[in-house]
Design a protein around this ligand. Structure first.
Ligand SMILES: NC(=O)c1ccc[n+]([C@@H]2O[C@H](COP(=O)([O-])OP(=O)(O)OC[C@H]3O[C@@H](n4cnc5c(N)ncnc54)[C@H](OP(=O)(O)O)[C@@H]3O)[C@@H](O)[C@H]2O)c1
Length: 255
């Protein structure tokens, strides 16, 4: 019987693939058989991530630098992956930036930085990989949104939340525009995920409790909690799902 969740031989680019979430998603796709390209700006970090993933799964893994906010850099990544691995089947946009600033003191320079990374970066990556997917008549795109993209928050979240709402709209619009080419475009919307960048929250019992109280399942997520959804959205199992954001949030947005 065909295993509709397997990704054997598929080529996946994971932008932000050395980050807290991106690394686990890249590892997860590799565990299910994909050839994974770990891509972000820090060459040392992506090389280490690719080496570690290959050491665990034995599947082909590459590290190729990219700045997703730079169209030329993204084009070079796409050309390089096609030349080295023959094609691209899956794009996971796990890169991103979070800057918390109160609205009345929001430096517009920081606002631009957030939009440049999270919105422009997502769109540019989709645009260049989308061209390859259009030509081959199939492809899977998984963007990273957030619970912050659907609910209103105080606490300096206006900029980040606006970018994550935009990621959801990019996801919906591309899903419709590219449906004729059999390209599935979906997003994952996590609540707080404990990674090396957020471990300080888990280690602060008072702060951790504030977050936990908002989560019906009563615990904080770690990046492993996102692997199943990413593999599902990258696989044949999700062929009739497009334009959706799946909230992996312990029930937070169900309230
Ligand atoms: N952690 C959470 O609680 C949480 C919750 C909800 C949603 N998310 C979303 O999930 C995604 C991953 O978050 P994370 O926690 O894994 O963050 P992270 O650990 O900071 O990783 C983000 C990665 O993005 C890469 N990146 C940033 N700008 C880039 C650019 N211009 N070009 C290429 N790569 C770039 C960085 O690598 P380089 O510096 O090497 O470029 C970094 O490895 C983000 O979109 C975030 O908003 C996170």
């Amino acid at each position: 019987m065909e295993d509709i969740f397997r990704l054997d031989g598929k080529v996946a680019i994971v932008t932000g693939g050395a980050g807290g979430i991106g690394y686990k998603l890249a590892l997860g796709l590799s565990r299910y058989g994909a050839k994974v390209v770990v891509a972000s700006r820090n060459q040392e970090a992506i090389c280490k991530a690719a080496t570690d993933i290959h050491a665990e799964t034995g599947n082909e893994t590459l590290a190729i630098p990219v700045d997703v906010t730079d169209e030329q850099s993204m084009k070079q990544l796409v050309d390089s992956v096609v030349s080295k691995l023959g094609t691209i089947d899956i794009l996971v946009n796990a890169m991103g930036l979070n800057l918390k600033r109160e609205a009345l003191q929001f430096p517009m320079e920081d606002w631009q930085k957030l939009f440049n990374a999270n919105v422009n970066g997502t769109m540019i990556a989709c645009k260049y990989v989308g061209q390859v997917f259009k030509e081959k008549g199939q492809g899977k795109i998984i963007n990273l949104s957030s619970v912050r993209g659907i609910r209103g928050y105080t606490g300096g979240n206006v900029g980040y939340a606006a970018t994550k709402g935009s990621v959801q709209m990019i996801t919906k619009c591309l899903a419709i525009e590219w449906a004729p080419y059999n390209i599935n475009v979906n997003a994952i919307g996590p609540a707080l995920v404990i990674t090396p960048g957020t471990i300080h929250i888990k280690n602060d019992p008072v702060r951790a409790e504030v977050y936990k109280k908002q989560i019906p399942l009563g615990r904080l997520a770690d990046a492993d909690d996102l692997i199943g959804t990413a593999v599902f959205l990258a696989s044949k199992a999700s062929d009739f799902i497009t334009g959706q954001t799946i909230f992996v949030d312990g029930g937070m947005t169900a309230q």
